[in-house]
Design a protein around this ligand. Sequence first.
Ligand code: ATP
Ligand code: MG
Length: 158
Amino acid sequence: MKIKVASLNETKKLAQAFASLINEKGMFITLTGDIGAGKTQFIRYILECLNVKDKVTSPSFVILNEYKSSLCPIYHFDLYRLEEKGLKSIVSELREYSKEGNLTFIEWAEFAHDEIPNDAFKINVYYDEDDVDIRWFEFIENNNNKRFIEELSKKVTK
Ligand SMILES: Nc1ncnc2c1ncn2[C@@H]1O[C@H](COP(=O)(O)OP(=O)(O)OP(=O)(O)O)[C@@H](O)[C@H]1O
Ligand SMILES: [Mg+2]
């Protein structure tokens, strides 16, 4: 499913709809796509909805940020600046964070290649080819997230 986003406010609405479908079982979400397309902003709005009070920054310099929420533990990775060596050690840990009961976001998941579990919820965020003010969020369907995407679609198209 692809959702067109034309403003920060629309990103916020999409994030609110997404957040409302997350439960205490958590999720393992990967974000790929164009540089600066709005991955961190989307995560920031989701965490706002989940009542995370800490400031959500891009974890590029620390690789991993951890947040507390009454729902479940939340982890936010950014693999962009990882060196080859660091990448090897971190990707083996990614599976740990994919366990049920964690809400985990991986920005720049393209750097983790094959280490991403097959059942991860994949989101691709990119700029429109013709209009620089338009961004697209593509939610990639798999066997585990069909219902979630259906519900999300209902919420954002109504
Ligand atoms: N829908 C939107 N409309 C307008 N501006 C936006 C939108 N989404 C994000 N931005 C702005 O674009 C800039 C980059 O956003 P953000 O940091 O979320 O992108 P990113 O995909 O995480 O970037 P990076 O590839 O560096 O990780 C920020 O200034 C953000 O406020
Ligand atoms: Mg980012």
